[in-house]
Design a protein around this ligand. Structure first.
Ligand SMILES: Cc1cc2nc3c(=O)[nH]c(=O)nc-3n(C[C@H](O)[C@H](O)[C@H](O)COP(=O)(O)O)c2cc1C
Length: 201
């Protein structure tokens, strides 16, 4: 399927048929996830969850997303959070870059905060979403649908999956054949949402 068609057909779907997803499709989705851009300090890891009991446990660790238990496969998108701003030199690229982006006060707060794991999860969440989107778009290209799910107790999920301390789940992507017929998304109006050179709204 053409990329533009895939993008048009992508909608978040939360109800799936029982039809299993073939291992060829799962492998192809993982291959495309492996092409997502990674940052210097955050490698991605992906859990492929088909076991009903594990899916049920994960579903209970989400906020209002118990429906994920019914998806034939869950892709658990994880990141390596070994790197810690606190231990990096002031001249380190990530420290300098994060200060440039958010300001020194925020970086100092994050470096001094006692819950190191929470700070690392917060800082290294966004790159993993890019891989999650690769998963969703590839799923759509195979006639499947998915949804980004991120409101969940990350520590509970990490515990259920037996992840080591330096790896954390960030996003879960349930994937399957849709039981809903989602409408194509309404495009936003270019006039309303786009500005050129300077904000002109
Ligand atoms: C960053 C992000 C996080 C999301 N987290 C959740 C979530 O935790 N649970 C959920 O049901 N949907 C979640 N969604 C899906 C949105 O609700 C959905 O994208 C939105 O309703 C727009 O619908 P569409 O994806 O069909 O265009 C998330 C979407 C994004 C972009």
């Amino acid at each position: 399927m053409e990329l533009s068609q895939v993008m048009k057909e992508r909608r978040s779907v939360r109800s799936f048929k029982d039809t299993p997803v073939s291992s060829e499709i799962i492998d192809n989705i993982l291959e495309k996830a492996s092409l997502a851009p990674e940052t210097d300090n955050c490698n991605y890891y992906f859990g492929v969850i088909k076991d009903t009991d594990v899916k049920n446990q994960l579903a209970k660790a989400t906020l209002w997303a118990d429906w994920i238990a019914k998806a034939p496969v869950l892709f658990v998108c994880c990141g390596d959070i070994s790197s810690d701003l606190k231990n990096l030199n002031d001249n380190d690229y990530s420290v300098v870059g994060t200060k440039y982006r958010y300001g020194e006060e925020v970086v100092n707060f994050l470096r001094e905060h006692k819950d190191r794991k929470a700070c690392k999860k917060l800082l290294l969440a966004s790159p993993v979403y890019i891989a999650a989107q690769h998963i969703i778009l590839t799923a759509v290209s195979h006639g499947l649908r998915g949804c980004i799910v991120d409101f969940m107790d990350l520590e509970k999920i990490n515990h259920i999956l037996g992840l080591p301390e330096h790896i954390t789940c960030q996003v879960v992507v349930p994937v399957g054949y849709s039981n809903e017929i989602p409408k194509q998304k309404d495009k936003f109006s270019i006039d309303d949402r786009v500005f050129y050179n300077h904000w002109d709204k």
